[in-house]
Design a protein around this ligand. Structure first.
Ligand code: TXA
Ligand code: MG
Length: 333
């Protein structure tokens, strides 16, 4: 049975009970500023195994460890380079995940046997209060069934995980809507493995040029060995077919396709797309926040094809486009 609790802000009594359960090896869906996470005690291999089972996640896909205190980092890693230190000072708490060489304290199951561990310190007040209360690092992937869009509202976690986890903390919509940025800071120059809420430009301002891993701009049909193991799987995908379409082709394609099937259009243009279910986003920030929810709405409405307007790769655009490329089966330029 899953216990559900609604929290707008941290509540010490409630979070103490949930933290107690985390220490006993239970699993908890909790909000972060990026997406909802499905957490368990990172030091407890048995508890971590429950995450993989609930999500139907392949065991070779490692998890991110979440901290509430910077001082807890040194127990989990072999070294913290001056460059990592700079990034931590600038971006933690926040949406930047860094890779470190793991210490023996991190169980193999968390890193799927890799020698590195991915770590971040979320900024969401409830996530922070929960981890502080539990006084243990929390291993947590996004709170969705593997391959589906990440949960950006608790209702998404209900859809995917009700009855499969011990707790769901419902705090409404998250702030960003896309997952954290993952940077491999064990390499030089550092490598961006997953673009996210913290942009490449913001990182480069702090540490200079970084390398963007080849998988990031590739469509999911293209075969490239993935550095972040999770990136090789089908991802962020609704049931509907997704096509990524250049702005100038969108209207014409929508006119043509809506005669054949039930379609939706995700667009940044305030135009009328007659016969289509239209999702209009006033900015890239709003698109990031609503993208995964909109995918789920399309599934509920039985949409067969989603035409998504392509976006620029600047700022949060790089992360949006990366998720769209992983979800799309066709790119129309
Ligand atoms: O915003 C986020 O990062 C959310 C919230 C809950 O914190 N978490 C999240 O976790 O998106 P998940 O498991 O859905 O995505 C983590 C990604 C996966 O693609 C995984 O392969 C990669 O991080 N990863 C984890 N550890 C890694 C490692 N040691 N080396 C390379 N990639 C790693
Ligand atoms: Mg995920």
């Amino acid at each position: 049975m899953t216990k559900i609790v609604r929290l707008k802000k941290p509540n010490k009594v409630v979070l103490k009970e949930i933290a107690g359960d985390l220490k006993k090896g239970k699993t908890v869906v909790f909000p972060t500023e990026t997406v909802y996470g499905l957490g368990a005690n990172a030091f407890d291999a048995k508890a971590v195994k429950k995450i993989f089972k609930a999500k139907e996640r392949p065991m070779d896909n490692p998890l991110i460890v979440h901290l509430a205190f910077k001082k807890d980092l040194k127990k989990l890693v072999l070294e913290i380079s001056p460059m990592a230190q700079k990034l931590i000072s600038r971006f933690w708490p926040g949406s930047l995940t860094l890779l470190f060489f793991k210490s023996k304290k991190v169980p193999r199951i968390v890193t799927a046997g890799l020698s590195t561990v991915a770590i971040r310190m979320p900024s969401h007040p409830i996530a922070r209060a929960l981890i502080q209360e539990a006084k243990i690092p929390i291993a947590a992937p996004s709170a969705n069934i593997a391959g589906k869009p990440s949960s950006t509202r608790a209702s998404h976690a209900f859809e995917d995980l009700l009855g499969k986890v011990d707790w769901i903390i419902d705090s409404g919509s998250v702030q960003t809507g896309l997952e954290s940025t993952i940077l491999d800071s064990t390499q030089f120059p550092p490598v961006l493995l997953r673009p996210g809420a913290v942009s490449k430009e913001q990182i480069e301002k702090v540490i200079g040029k970084i390398i963007v891993h080849a998988t990031i701009s590739k469509s999911r049909s293209k075969k490239i060995v993935a550095l972040a193991p999770g990136m090789k799987y089908r991802h962020y995908a609704p049931n509907a077919i997704v096509w990524l379409v250049a702005s100038k082709k969108l209207l014409e394609l929508a006119r043509h396709e809506h005669k054949k099937r039930k379609i939706a259009v995700f667009t940044l243009q305030k135009k009328s797309f007659s016969g289509c279910k239209v999702f209009y986003f006033a900015s890239l920030k709003k698109m990031a926040k609503e993208l995964f929810h909109s995918f789920r709405v399309c599934d509920q409405k039985g949409i067969q094809l989603i035409l998504v307007e392509s976006v620029s790769e600047k700022g949060i655009g790089l992360a949006i486009k990366n998720r769209l490329k992983k979800a799309a089966t066709r790119e129309i330029k």
